[in-house]
Design a protein around this ligand. Structure first.
Ligand SMILES: Nc1ncnc2c1ncn2[C@@H]1O[C@H](COP(=O)(O)OP(=O)(O)OP(=O)(O)O)[C@@H](O)[C@H]1O
Length: 416
């Protein structure tokens, strides 16, 4: 239905003395959503979910990448293969037919009727100065989908469709509850009869008691109209209830994507494992070891090299992208902290981009590194400590989405 390929969105950082700094909100994401499915997009705050959602329907212009809309599944596959084989002719030929990004003017306006978004907060996404009638009618008018009496009549049908009384048309947003406002937002999103809806945390601003009602409404609409949905949420329970497939984002990257059941019950990416492990299980007696990640998500201006998750990954190994600075920090912790009594006189320095330990008993240090590398994963990247005290580190790789099984792709070198 829709395919995004190598999508990037870099926001310029303003108000700093540095020029040419960018927040890499979405970085090289390739994702496909099939007709009629609900794709759950999960990940913690700041992982780029909303930005990705906005890019998909061109509420934001991507920095790079391509979006193919309305393309049949086999052509999306063909396009993906053409990218891999650098078949420029094929890439151009398929883009020409389906590219959302190259559409302009009336053609774009027409396409806009086919996609829409529901935002998290119905208090800020609906203009309080307008009556509900005008709120719901607006997308029909601005896209030229319907006008006048036809548009007005459709508002009443839509109100009914989202479970609101027709006389709500004459009310103002402040007269409605949060749940009712979200129904209005959904009616507005449905106004031009779209095929694709992006739902950005559609229930997280609502009272728990009305969240389920809104989810049920969305489910019912999807069933009745076969609408394709991307459901953005940090709430695994919501995804578990609604989605057929799940995509996991971390720091602007897609980490894992696959069928809901298998991703939630049998996560493959170490980040997904940690994310899922933090969700309490309702069944009594079921135990799951909670994986606590150390550290914070990285800054998106200078994200970690290699795999963006490597600094926090409990399973990271030598190839994951460790830098001299990361290794120096962890070695310092051992030399100046935990094993201070052994390495009292030792000292770490970087010379010409190489890391050295001065005044050290090399054998002792090698032993400590060996012992600690199970838990301090950066140490796995130390190839050797040479006689002159140089800490040699291994090269690294950058993961791409690897096919782990028929319905699963994982961006982790463990599956390369
Ligand atoms: N218009 C913008 N200008 C600059 N930076 C932005 C802009 N929009 C988003 N960002 C940055 O991009 C990153 C990703 O933000 P995004 O809102 O997509 O994440 P998210 O996963 O949806 O998080 P949340 O659940 O908190 O909304 C964040 O670091 C955010 O600060």
């Amino acid at each position: 239905m829709i395919g995004a390929f190598n999508l990037k969105k870099y926001f310029p950082v303003r108000g700093t003395a540095f020029k040419n700094l960018y927040v890499k909100a979405v970085d090289d994401v390739t994702i496909k959503i099939n007709k009629g499915e609900v794709l759950g997009i999960v990940g913690e705050s700041g992982s780029g979910k909303s930005t990705l959602g906005r890019l998909l329907i061109r509420l934001l212009e991507p920095t790079a990448g391509e979006i193919l809309f309305d393309a049949p599944e086999d052509e999306l596959k063909e396009y993906e293969e053409a990218i891999l084989t650098r078949d420029e002719k094929k890439i151009k030929e398929i883009s020409q037919r389906y590219s959302l990004l190259s559409k302009k003017g009336p053609e774009l306006r027409k396409l806009r009727t086919r996609m829409n978004m529901v935002f998290q907060d119905p208090y800020s996404s609906i203009d309080p100065r307008y009556r509900i009638l005008d709120v719901i009618m607006e997308p029909m008018i601005s896209t030229g989908y319907l006008k006048g009496d036809e548009a007005r009549k459709r508002v009443y049908d839509l109100l009914e469709e989202v479970g609101l009384p027709k006389n709500f048309a004459m009310r103002y947003p402040h007269e409605l509850s949060g749940g009712q406002r979200q129904r209005v937002a959904i009616a507005r999103a449905l106004a031009t009869d779209p095929d694709l809806l992006i739902l950005d945390e559609p229930t997280s601003a609502l009272d728990v008691s009305v969240q389920a009602q809104i989810l049920n409404l969305l489910n019912e609409l999807r069933r009745r109209k076969n609408i394709t949905m991307a459901l953005i949420t940090h709430n695994i329970a919501v995804v578990s209830y609604m989605a057929s497939r799940v995509a996991v984002m971390y720091s602007g990257k897609l980490m894992e994507i696959g069928d809901k059941e298998s991703v939630l019950n049998n996560p493959k990416h170490p980040y997904t494992m940690a994310l899922i492990s933090s969700v309490p299980r309702p069944e009594p007696g079921s135990s799951r070891k909670r994986i606590i990640l150390k550290g914070d998500p990285p800054n998106l201006i200078t994200p970690p090299r290699g795999c963006v998750f490597h600094p926090r990954c409990p399973m990271a190994f030598n190839k994951c992208g460790w830098t001299i600075d990361e290794i120096m920090e962890d070695l310092n912790y051992l030399i100046q902290g935990k094993y201070y009594n052994l390495f009292e006189k030792s000292n770490l320095v970087i010379k010409d981009g190489k890391l050295f330990v001065d005044n050290v008993n090399i054998e002792e240090l090698r032993k400590v590194i060996d012992e600690e590398k199970e838990t301090i994963r950066s140490l796995t990247a130390i190839v050797d400590v040479t006689g002159d005290g140089e800490v040699k580190i291994s090269g690294y790789d950058t993961p791409a989405l690897f096919k782990e099984s028929a319905n699963r792709e994982v961006s982790c070198l463990l599956y390369k």
